[in-house]
Design a protein around this ligand. Structure first.
Ligand code: AMP
Ligand code: ZN
Length: 114
């Protein structure tokens, strides 16, 4: 999508600190890190949100999860563990309407929402 900030990062129109990439996925540092490690894992194909997943595109979710594991390994947080967050829609606090997974690590997350 032409006015999507993450599509622009994927196209190279906006710079990012890339930490992982494959054919389907890109991962880059969050510009406002909420933890010592804060990486966004993003499908290259524009998908608005988790609510835009369907039987034709859901295959990307497994690929994202495997990419998250690569990111965690590369960032050295796979052994101690990490938190993965997907904000969806207005009430979920999603501010960028391109599906993305937050990978947070390097700290202990004690707050339990659930
Ligand atoms: P969310 O609020 O779940 O939609 O997450 C959007 C995230 O994108 C926020 O954590 C922002 O800090 C991050 N963000 C916005 N613009 C950029 C950018 N140009 N490069 C890296 N991260 C960004
Ligand atoms: Zn996009």
């Amino acid at each position: 999508m032409s006015d999507c900030i993450f599509c622009k990062i994927i196209d190279g129109q906006i710079p990012s600190k890339k930490v992982y990439e494959n054919e389907d996925i890109i991962a880059f540092e969050d510009i406002h890190p909420a933890a010592p490690v804060h990486v966004l894992v993003v499908p290259k194909k524009h998908i608005d949100s988790l609510e835009s997943l369907n039987p034709d595109n859901v295959e990307i979710v497994g690929k994202i999860h495997m990419a998250i594991r690569e990111v965690a390994k590369n960032k050295g947080i796979n052994t101690d563990g990490y938190r993965v967050i997907v904000n969806c829609g207005k009430n979920g606090g999603q501010t960028v309407p391109h599906l993305h997974y937050h990978v947070l690590g390097g700290a202990v997350f004690n707050e339990k929402i659930i």
